[in-house]
Ligand binder design. Structure first.
Ligand code: SF4
Length: 766
């Protein structure tokens, strides 16, 4: 029998759960940053008289439910408790349902103080502080202790039933996880070792970088071991983070195979991006526009209950359930994040600047385990998360088309941007700004955004231009990234844009481009109890560590391949150069290798190139010199059905060559076992193009690490090569070949980056 234990809950969570009603309303209301919020609270409380008590820790009990929180302020003389909310702009614009939530918090603190100080009544005040004007709007009510106790008990009663069921669920979950068995009769080679490493990392609260070859069942091993470690470690949530939809599906398949949710009482949530989950993309997220936002909070309790019962909330299930209850699937998913054990989603849910899961885990004090799938992708994804662009073209266009008040709000920034442009050395293209932007730049931009947001805040009349709103959101992101600017990033100005009509000063687009995400990611690693990053290509490990900045005590493992060298014949063709200048000259030799290999062993092959142009040249030449050889090709911007059709041509015992771009949709994440794929040709080292942008990155990485070329070109390139080659051998029965079509593959510094289980031959010239 599960023992009755105290259940702790914060005032915030209690009120969020019970005191929201009416519409979902996400019309953008300008809100202060966390730092501004803290400063705003300090300003308000500093204005109060002597004896005023700040940040008062309070608690109250309702049966086993212990409600805890900190009241913003209490004036013992006036007997007034204050709940302070910092905001931007007119307090009259706070939506009624937000205000109801704020009142609920204030009243709960009111009751706690009445109980603690044996007061018969108290003044409860809601203070809205406008951080721009410094004005306070104070709403007050005088409440008796009896009324406040009734209010408090009503909230607690409604929350308690849910919280108690949640505790029972947690208990059942942990019991089941303690007894969780591996769902196959045996482990594959290397799979047990990987599972043991992940388990050990969890029990030692450390992070793990695991390079493990394709085919050993990494997803199952990591999910199984993390789940097994949860009860002992008191882990609250397991997050499976991936860069691709296919990765999400693999995680869900593994969880299902482990028995979730029928035999294994786990609540599992698949999280999509809002644009993928939205049912009404032509509408806005508020009750006046979207029917699924209207009355959302009134229908949420029943939908939440049904979702918790369902336990398995993949995209289809969650959608069906949300629509059956008339609520938005995306925001029902957001609510269920709080109540699910395993969350499956994209990297950005944890690593992005404003990542929701990370913020929630911090707020709730969760012990979180992370699994980062195909972690080699995280380097580039994190770079883009911590980069920002301030688009001059869009700014000038918006200012040109703006109403007089919006234009006025943009003028200060326009003047500052123009003055800044005058100071820059004349240049047509993009130039690097070694010292970043001037100190006052972010302030000017922030102030402009504040004014614009105030003007764009919900009010009667036509909806604001979404393009202008988007520009403001991007500008706010830019402010945040600019504030964290350091030698981990580059600051660039350009290209230059003329105002519409051509009259007036040209302005440069401004860009902060992250090169080393490590400093930004530090807090994300610190926020996880244990993080396992796994991939088939994490070599060299120093590169990954340097870029991602894992803590010094992070463990690494490099698991041997379950495949034998005999299964894969790897040959280098040193008579071919795929350097840009040599491409046309080497085309005949290149397609002849493809033709000869195909005739030696007819079957399905993939051929990878560095660009679509190169791919087209090779394809045309192949058609001329080997007209009987069937082939098909990847094209730019393929949609999902076209991508599926490309892959579908790789049928068992089929024959032909699929042409693809390295690093694109077919270079990783596709599984073509057995005879569906018997070989690959890789006509590139995968090196990013040498251009001004990459050269600036190389220089910065050279200063920072002493190995600029390797970090910019060689390591990312070879990771892509190894990923692409990894498509060929998918099981211990597969046999195949890989042709590395470039003389540079024979160099020692390149060969050392190839998997150690490959036996690489340098082929003689035919
Ligand atoms: S359905 Fe779309 S528009 Fe409606 S609330 Fe959900 S995300 Fe917003």
């Amino acid at each position: 029998m599960f023992p009755v234990v105290d259940i702790a809950v914060s005032v915030r969570t209690l009120c969020h759960f019970t005191a929201r009603s009416g519409d979902l309303d996400l019309r953008f209301t300008p809100s202060p940053t966390g730092v501004e919020g803290i400063a705003g609270h300090q300003t308000v409380t500093a204005r109060r008289g002597a004896g005023y008590q700040r940040e008062l820790a309070l608690s109250a009990r309702f049966g086993p439910l212990v409600v805890q929180g900190r009241a913003d302020g209490f004036d013992p003389v006036a007997r007034r408790v204050e709940e302070i909310k910092t905001r931007r702009g007119d307090a009259g614009r706070v939506p009624a349902n937000h205000q109801a939530l704020h009142w609920a918090q204030a009243r709960v603190y009111g009751w706690m103080l009445c109980e603690q100080l044996s007061l018969a009544q108290i003044e409860v005040a809601l203070v809205y502080f406008d951080i721009d004007s410094g004005q306070e709007t104070v709403l007050t009510e005088t409440c008796t202790a009896d009324a406040l106790r009734d209010f408090f008990e009503d909230l607690c009663e409604r929350y308690f039933a849910w919280a108690w069921a949640d505790q029972l669920h947690r208990h059942a979950r942990d019991e089941a996880l303690t007894a969780l068995a591996f769902p196959f009769p045996s482990f594959r080679t290397g799979q047990r070792e990987l599972a043991a490493d992940v388990y050990r990392a969890n029990t030692r609260a450390r992070h793990l970088l695991a390079q493990a070859p394709t085919g050993i069942g990494k997803t199952m091993a990591t999910v199984f071991a993390s789940l097994r470690a949860m009860p002992d470690q008191g882990t609250d949530r397991l997050l499976f983070l991936t860069a691709r939809t296919t990765g999400r599906q693999l995680a869900l398949d593994a969880l299902e195979r482990l028995g979730a949710p029928t035999r294994l009482p786990l609540r599992v949530l698949e999280r999509l991006a809002r644009d993928k989950a939205c049912e009404h993309p032509d509408k806005a997220c508020h009750g006046e526009s979207c029917p699924l936002a209207r009355g959302f909070y009134d229908r949420l309790p029943a939908a939440r209950e049904a979702a918790a019962q369902a336990a398995w909330l993949d995209r289809d299930r969650l959608r069906a359930l949300a629509l059956a209850h008339g609520v938005c699937p995306y925001y029902l998913g957001q609510e269920m994040q709080r109540w699910c054990d395993v969350l499956v989603g994209d990297y950005n849910h944890w690593f992005d600047v404003g990542a929701h899961w990370f913020a929630l885990a911090e707020d709730q004090g969760w012990r979180t385990a992370l699994l980062v799938d195909e972690a080699h992708n995280l380097i580039d994804r994190a770079r883009s998360m911590y980069s920002a662009t301030l688009n001059a073209h869009e700014f000038l266009r918006q200012r040109h088309e703006a109403t007089p008040d919006i234009r006025k709000a943009m003028d200060a920034l326009h003047r500052r941007w123009s003055a800044f442009a005058r100071e820059l050395p004349p240049a047509e293209g993009t130039q690097a700004l070694a010292d970043g932007l001037p100190d006052d730049w972010a302030t000017t931009l922030q102030n402009t955004c504040n004014t614009l947001l105030d003007l764009l805040a919900p009010q009667p009349g036509p909806a604001p231009d979404p393009a202008l709103q988007n520009w403001v959101f991007e500008a706010l992101h830019f402010v945040r990234i600019a504030e964290g600017f350091g030698e981990h990033s580059l600051c660039e100005a350009g290209p230059w844009v003329a105002p519409p009509g051509g009259r007036g000063r040209r302005l440069p687009t401004l860009r902060i481009r992250n090169v080393v995400p490590a400093p930004w990611l530090e807090a994300r690693w610190a926020g996880a109890h244990s993080a396992t990053l796994f991939s088939a290509t994490l070599a060299p490990v120093e590169h990954v560590e340097e870029m991602l900045g894992l803590p010094a005590d992070a463990a690494h493992v490099d698991l041997p391949s379950p495949f034998a060298a005999e299964q894969l014949r790897v040959r280098i063709a040193p008579w071919i150069s795929t350097r840009y200048a040599d491409r046309l000259r080497s085309l005949d030799a290149l397609v002849d290798v493809i033709g000869a290999q195909f005739h030696e062993r007819p079957g399905n092959y993939l051929a990878f190139f560095s660009s679509f142009e190169y791919l087209d040249l090779a394809r045309q030449r192949l058609a001329q010199r080997h007209p009987d050889l069937p082939h098909w090709a990847q094209t730019r911007g393929m949609e999902e059905p076209e991508r599926d059709a490309f892959v579908a041509r790789f049928v068992e015992r089929g024959q032909g060559v699929g042409f693809a771009v390295l690093g694109g949709a077919f270079g990783e994440g596709i599984d073509l076992p057995g005879e569906r794929l018997v070989g690959a040709f890789i006509a590139t080292l995968g090196l990013p193009q040498v251009n001004a942008e990459n050269e600036r990155m190389r220089e910065r990485l050279q200063q920072r690490t002493g190995h600029g070329y390797d970090h910019t070109y060689l390591f990312p390139g070879l990771m892509r090569v190894v990923q692409a080659a990894g498509r060929v051998i998918r099981s211990e029965q597969d046999r195949g070949c890989v042709w590395l079509l470039d003389d540079r593959f024979a160099r020692a510094e390149v060969r050392r980056l190839l998997p150690s289980w490959w036996r690489v031959e340098v082929a003689p010239r035919p």
